[in-house]
Design a protein around this ligand. Structure first.
Ligand code: SF4
Ligand code: SF4
Length: 164
């Protein structure tokens, strides 16, 4: 019996969410999860509930099979110190980017400085910037984003897994 921290997994799902690097120029799963995704999640919840009732009286259950591999890492994204920087033409110094950065990588003292060693590339500052002023200008990054966009083209659907 497969047991994780005292739990026995009986169901799993892979849902689609908007990529944190998705922008207006490079949309990736924009607006997901949407109503269709949420309806599927609700339906899957009902199925899991029935499965739980069926398994309640069983002493042993199989291990759930999940595709894919652990320790996923996108090797196309270069392991370089990178961070979004503001364009001086567009930035109006509202400082919203400073407020949303979860690791306090952005500071302002007459000019903006982004600590590339601290930045975790979450893109919260890019999404929060009302002037679309924050970007990464690096050719390796741009190429990696183009490749990512190609892979994210077309609608993908959630995947569901239950104990067989
Ligand atoms: S959120 Fe955008 S416009 Fe506001 S300070 Fe940051 S970079 Fe400038
Ligand atoms: S990408 Fe994330 S961690 Fe990096 S500066 Fe922006 S908000 Fe901070």
């Amino acid at each position: 019996m497969a047991c994780m921290a005292g739990f026995i997994p009986i169901a799993c799902a892979a849902f689609i969410g908007e990529h944190s690097y998705s922008t207006e120029k490079l949309p990736m799963a924009h607006g997901r999860p949407d109503e269709e995704d949420l309806a599927k999640a609700k339906q899957f919840g009902i199925i899991i509930q029935k499965e739980c009732a069926l398994l309640a009286n069983q002493n042993d259950v199989n291990e759930i099979f999940l595709p894919g591999s652990r320790d996923y890492r996108n090797k196309e994204i270069p392991n370089l110190p990178l961070a979004p920087e503001p364009s001086e033409d567009r930035c109006d110094v509202c400082k919203k980017c400073i407020d949303v950065c979860p690791v306090e990588a952005i500071s302002f003292d007459s000019t903006f400085v982004t600590d590339k060693e601290r930045c975790i590339l979450c893109f919260a500052c890019v999404k929060a910037c009302p002037k679309h002023a924050r970007e990464i200008n690096n050719k390796y990054w741009s190429q990696a984003m183009e490749n990512l966009k190609k892979r994210c083209l077309g609608r993908k659907e959630p995947e569901f897994y239950l104990l067989s």
